[in-house]
Design a protein around this ligand. Structure first.
Ligand code: FES
Length: 106
């Protein structure tokens, strides 16, 4: 699937990755600015915060309580479209997924 990360500047970065991969790892490997993933996906850093573009919000699997808790400590104020992208695994259905990277990530 292909995923597009839009930067605060409006710059768009589209990456292509295999089904089953972690969205955070894909972003880090492709040097997407603003996605840090400091804890490596352990749900303990909140530096993989993204804003999911509205049409996609409902297509993602629901958040766990742990993810919801970690969203409280993101550098940038979370919204209803916020997710931690280490908790999103790529599937065929997510082809075309579009996200915005927050201005600050810590
Ligand atoms: Fe640390 Fe997602 S990479 S919470």
């Amino acid at each position: 699937p292909e995923v597009t990360f839009t930067q605060p500047s409006g710059e768009r970065i589209t990456v292509s990755a295999d089904v089953g991969r972690s969205l955070m790892k894909v972003a880090v490997e492709n040097l997407v600015p603003g996605i840090v993933g400091e804890c490596g996906g352990d749900l303990s850093c909140a530096t993989c915060h993204v804003f999911v573009d509205v049409p996609w919000v409902a297509k993602l699997p629901p958040m766990t309580a742990e993810e919801e808790q970690m969203l409280d400590v993101t550098a940038e104020e979370p919204t209803a479209a916020s997710r931690l992208c280490c908790q999103i695994t790529l599937t065929e259905d997510l082809d075309g997924l579009s996200l915005h990277v927050p201005e600050t990530q810590r």
